[in-house]
Design a protein around this ligand. Structure first.
Ligand code: PMP
Length: 562
């Protein structure tokens, strides 16, 4: 069967020289999407045939570039049904767009003392408001979700009740990047407007999947991100009602955004140029407009295809008893977060990565939501129009197999099993096992088995003073009776700790304070080199490697005290 959209995505082109695409099942489109051909062509054409700056030169290609750039603005205007193209500001992304709003607000804009944000908000639509709250002495209030990240009728009632005359700003995502929930932003904005509050809607995850009409939503501001909607990175949109943009202070000063400059003062352009200081991302804006046209032209077919994929994924995933689907499954884009019984999301993501399945684990830039859901992180599957059913089937098979692997990896191996008849040390035995294990699957299995041999730090000793910050999963390490003990919420990391600690504890048990080996083992570099010699770090993500460095540093620090 020919895929309805793949021919429009060069990533999937069989001539893709890297060939990685052929073996990658890409389920991480919420992090960034693959780029559609029209978006790539638009960028290339600009760079190849009429590269020149906008709004400045009178020569032909400069006029062409300016015309195309302004036409891109009009495309963005109609994409979200904004009344006027002057209400469209090109930014570097959603984060910059929200920062422009937060930095540009003054005390006289704020009719209240509270900023209301939704519990699933991305840090991009949270941290700028924390900073603003500090600047103007406002309080940040969170609109909570129901259990399991659900948005229900009761949730809506509660949120509407929280929007009062004390509300200065309502900041809410149109779609949650963690849960996929589509929020009824028009209802929220209507109440905010009646209460005199400013409404800011983060449409980053909406753009590629649902139709957006800012006049129907009636928000003051709406932001989009190009790289989540089949366009380039480094481009986004800030929409604001013209009056709102006019009264907002610019925060990026320089060329392009000024009308006239004297030594002692300057006048600024009207919106949108007032917010586009410096040379804008011209190629990016053109790519975004082309991607928007692609989305609009195929909107119905994209929606239909994505819903088929999402329903298939949902039906298959809910049949796996160990998996809990978080958030709403009806009013949702084709994205879901899952929590798997006793399996850390990072462990599953790294196992899947080795099997060619690309998806994201962790807090997804929504740390407070993780606390509310009482999970350390989730595994997020995010689909786009270029995915297909066979990928969903392969993903489901892989996740089921990995869960089974985890369960079978629970047998306990005694330390003695690692010491052979010739009385090889544990360290030497492990070195042999890891170096003969080829590929991630075998090493992964060894780690799972090893996790049972970790000298476990008791639950009551997993306290802040023993906590190792900077790891993707929770890790605690301490020393008791000259032996290191540890715990991690991730089984893979427990395995890794078991391997590392057994080597160190073995040296410590020799109690040879002056030995060179002992001093060597104490060093962070040695510990990392040891793990490298087992061929482990190469299989880990950067986040996990950073965590390993923190673990080794903590061990060195602990050992220096005994
Ligand atoms: N908001 C949401 C909901 C997001 O998912 C993201 C990206 N993960 C952002 C904001 C930030 O977008 P950008 O990368 O364009 O700054």
């Amino acid at each position: 069967m020919t895929h309805p959209f793949r021919s429009q995505f060069p990533f999937y082109n069989s001539a893709n020289s890297s060939n990685v695409a052929q073996s990658t099942i890409y389920l991480d489109s919420a992090a960034t999407s693959q780029k559609c051909k029209p978006a790539l062509d638009a960028m290339n054409e600009y760079n190849l045939y009429y590269a020149s700056n906008v709004h400045r030169g009178g020569y032909k290609i400069a006029q062409q570039a300016t015309k195309k750039y302004e036409a891109a603005r009009s495309t963005a205007q109609s994409f979200i049904n904004a009344p006027n193209s002057k209400e469209i500001v090109f930014t570097s992304g959603a984060t910059e767009a929200i920062n422009i709003i937060a930095a540009g607000l003054r005390a006289e804009h704020l009719n209240g003392k509270e900023i209301l944000i939704c519990e699933s908000e991305h840090h991009a639509n949270l941290v700028p408001w924390q900073m603003l709250a500090k600047r103007f002495d406002l309080s940040l209030k969170v609109m909570p979700l129901a259990e399991n990240g659900q948005f229900t009728d009761a949730t809506l009632e509660m949120w509407l009740g929280m929007i009062t005359i004390n509300t200065a700003i309502l900041a809410c995502a149109h779609v949650s990047n963690v849960l996929g929930n589509i929020y009824p932003v028009a209802k929220l904005c209507a109440k905010a407007s009646r209460m005199g509050a400013i409404s800011v809607i983060d449409g980053t995850q909406a753009g590629a999947h649902i139709a957006i009409d800012v006049q129907k939503i009636a928000c003051d501001f709406y932001v989009l991100s190009g790289h989540k909607m089949y366009a380039a990175t480094g481009i986004g949109v800030l929409y604001g009602k013209y009056n709102a943009l006019e009264s907002l202070l610019p925060s990026k000063f320089g060329g392009e955004m000024i009308r006239s400059v004297r030594w002692d003062s300057s006048d600024f352009q009207a919106p949108p140029l007032k917010f586009e200081g410096g040379t804008p991302n011209i190629a990016g804006a053109l790519s975004l407009a082309a991607a928007m046209n692609f989305i609009v032209e195929n909107a119905d077919a994209i929606h239909k295809h994505e819903q088929i994929l999402y329903k298939e994924l949902l039906a298959k995933i809910t049949s796996v008893s160990a998996i809990n689907v978080l958030g709403n499954v009806d009013e949702s884009i084709p994205l879901m977060s899952i929590d798997i019984n006793d399996i850390h999301a990072h462990d599953m993501a790294s196992a899947l990565a080795q099997q060619g399945i690309a998806l994201r684990a962790g807090h997804h830039c929504a740390m407070p939501l993780m606390d509310a859901l009482n999970v350390e992180g989730t595994l997020r599957i995010s689909l786009a129009c270029y995915n297909d059913i066979s990928e969903i089937n392969l993903f489901i098979d892989a996740i089921k197999n990995n869960i089974a692997d985890y369960d079978s990896g629970t047998e306990t191996l005694s330390k003695q099993q690692f010491i052979d008849n010739n009385a090889l040390s544990i360290k030497a035995s492990l070195q042999t096992q890891f170096s003969t294990a080829t590929g991630w699957n075998e090493k992964h299995r060894l780690l799972l088995l090893q996790s049972k041999n970790l000298p476990l730090l008791a639950p009551e000793n997993r306290v802040d003073s023993n906590f190792v910050g900077g790891c993707e999963s929770s890790v605690w390490i301490d020393v008791y009776n000259n032996q290191l003990m540890a715990y991690s919420s991730s089984k893979v990391i427990r395995g890794l700790l078991a391997v590392l600690l057994s080597a160190i504890n073995e040296t410590l048990s020799l109690k040879d304070d002056n030995s060179e080996t002992t001093n060597l083992v104490y060093s962070t570099e040695y510990q990392l080199a040891y793990l490298n010699s087992l061929g482990l770090p190469m299989y880990f993500s950067q986040g996990r490697r950073d965590g390993m460095l923190q673990i080794a540093k903590r061990i060195t620090q602990l050992l220096s005290k005994i």
